[in-house]
Design a protein around this ligand. Structure first.
Ligand SMILES: Nc1ncnc2c1ncn2[C@@H]1O[C@H](COP(=O)(O)OP(=O)(O)O[C@H]2O[C@H](CO)[C@@H](O)[C@H](O)[C@H]2O)[C@@H](O)[C@H]1O
Length: 491
């Protein structure tokens, strides 16, 4: 099969969070299974050019219709750790992808509407006719809309779309201007409840709703979150739209790429290890402590890695830090804040903990350091308010780091409480789970993890090995996506 992935991220060249990991990991898995995969991405000024091999011009003077005129683009092509990627670079007066950041601009809806349009123009003009276009999140929600309303009539009638939602909270809203810019026009047609009209703001179009409505298959990134989004509050207003489209909606649990996330081969960690040589994990704890100038006494090390966003339960991250410190553990945080107020809060905490030999807060994005933290920590906290899948607990398992998580979304599908998950034999359990979102609930799980570390080192190591034995590779999800593609492609 010929599959084109269109997304706003692909790790490690463009990564703001888990979306990038998934786009890369899934593409690699599909290729390993013998399919042809190409990726289309924006060419941001701030992406990691050091991860692209052989970047060269692939298609010059791509003319993309925009507001009844045209925007000239170059398309460059290169390999990102073996994956063939096309990068679209518009020569526009607003410098859409030359902002020094991936997201967070007032005109994000217009930037990514343009990217979606340009990606389709590129396919159309370069005569690429994939069996399946797989697009991701709100940034590419307009792709199926434009494919079936415009490009279908220009030689692309056989293409089918799979649309994956990684985060329902960000849906992409715009007004009529986006219809005139993209050439969709016909405002009354699209501003209807069956098409793109937002379910709560009648004056807004909703890209994600468009993606759900027009795509041939819609997925989110875990079965439990699919249920929550459809039946609970986590669809952020799209529950009804999911209900109407339930015949084509399902949850497929993410995998992680064990070529990249694997303590046996990881080049960013100080000492390789496997379940059989778990004692070598200690060298990584030592290296992490040296790098962050932490003390070296015999204490457990608790970590958090993630975007510092309301989604991640920042109030509980804050509490986990103080609880861990009070219980005599060390605490390491790696995160970049998504709002000024959260950033200010953690900057204040960082200054406050500056001289503490048992605490380190690293505020920013640092891929290399994240690997060493996964390898060096004993316990990883994931106290999310909502979590469509969650990759940090999956990576933690592979590195023998025990997750302490809140039981929501994909965390429910992947973490099984060692003390309380009665539906599963003890040797298949792998972490600690709590359910409420107050401090006390977090303590009930974090304390149990720390108690085991303090009182039964052998038991703790056994739990680490049980996590390492779990298979959260792309193997099974890869197969599930192929089935979905097969079900929608034109025969
Ligand atoms: N400051 C930092 N420095 C270095 N690395 C950092 C970092 N902050 C985060 N990371 C890394 O980024 C990834 C984050 O994964 P998450 O599952 O938390 O994704 P996120 O919430 O962004 O995405 C959404 O998409 C993913 C993928 O579908 C879903 O798993 C998730 O639930 C959903 O919210 C991990 O690889 C983590 O190590």
């Amino acid at each position: 099969m010929y599959i084109v992935q269109i997304a706003s991220e692909c790790a490690p060249v463009i990564k703001a969070g888990g979306l990038g990991d998934v786009v890369y990991g899934l593409s690699r898995e599909l290729e390993l299974r013998g399919h042809t995969v190409e990726l289309i991405l924006p060419k941001y000024d701030c992406m990691r050019y050091d991860h692209i091999w052989g970047l060269h011009d692939a298609y010059c003077d791509l003319k993309v219709p925009w507001y009844g005129s045209e925007v000239l683009c170059d398309v460059l092509c290169g390999w990102v750790h073996g994956r063939l990627c096309f990068f679209i670079e518009p020569h526009d007066k607003d410098n859409w992808f030359r902002r020094g950041k991936y997201y967070g601009c007032d005109d994000d809806p217009m930037r990514f509407a343009f990217f979606s349009k340009a990606a389709l123009e590129f396919l159309q003009q370069s005569n690429k006719r994939p069996d399946v276009i797989h697009c991701h999140d709100w940034q590419t929600g307009l792709i199926p809309v434009m494919l079936f309303e415009i490009y279908k009539f220009h030689g692309m009638e056989h293409q089918r779309v799979c649309y994956t939602i990684h985060n329902f909270k960000h849906q992409g809203n715009a007004g009529t201007e986006v219809l005139y810019a993209t050439g969709l026009n016909r405002a009354p047609y699209y501003f209807s409840p069956e098409r793109l009209q937002d379910n709560f703001n009648p004056f807004a179009l909703n890209y994600m709703k468009g993606g759900i409505t027009y795509a041939n298959a819609v997925t989110t990134v875990s079965p439990h979150h699919a249920w929550e989004a459809h039946h609970g509050d986590f669809g952020y207003g799209l529950g009804h739209t999911l209900h109407v489209n339930q015949h084509k909606f399902k949850g497929v649990l993410n995998g992680i790429d064990y070529n990249l996330w694997n303590p046996k081969v990881d080049k960013y960690i100080s000492e390789a290890y496997t379940p059989d040589t778990l004692e070598n994990k200690l060298y990584n704890k030592k290296a992490l402590r040296e790098r962050l100038m932490l003390g070296h006494d015999d204490r457990p090390l608790v970590a958090f890695i993630g975007r510092l966003d309301e989604q991640k339960g920042v109030h509980l991250v804050h509490h986990a830090m103080y609880r861990a410190l009070n219980r005599g553990a060390q605490f390491v945080l790696l995160g970049s804040a998504t709002s000024a107020s959260i950033n200010d809060h953690f900057q204040y905490e960082k200054a406050h903990q500056n001289d503490n030999p048992n605490c380190h807060l690293e505020l920013g994005f640092d891929e290399e350091l994240s690997h060493l933290i996964y390898a060096g920590a004993d316990i990883m906290v994931v106290p999310s308010n909502f979590e469509p899948c969650g990759l940090t607990q999956l990576i933690s398992f592979k590195y023998g780091t025990v997750p302490v998580v809140r039981g929501v979304g994909g965390l429910v599908d992947t973490v099984f409480d060692i003390d309380y998950d009665e539906g599963r034999p003890p040797e298949k359990r792998n972490g600690y789970v709590f359910y409420q979102s107050d401090n006390y609930a977090l303590e009930t799980a974090l304390d149990r993890a720390l108690d085991l570390w303090y009182t039964d080192r052998g038991g703790f190591q056994q739990l680490q090995r049980q996590g390492m034995a779990c298979d959260y590779s792309w193997n099974i999800p890869g197969e599930q996506y192929i089935k979905i593609y097969d079900g929608i492609r034109h025969r």
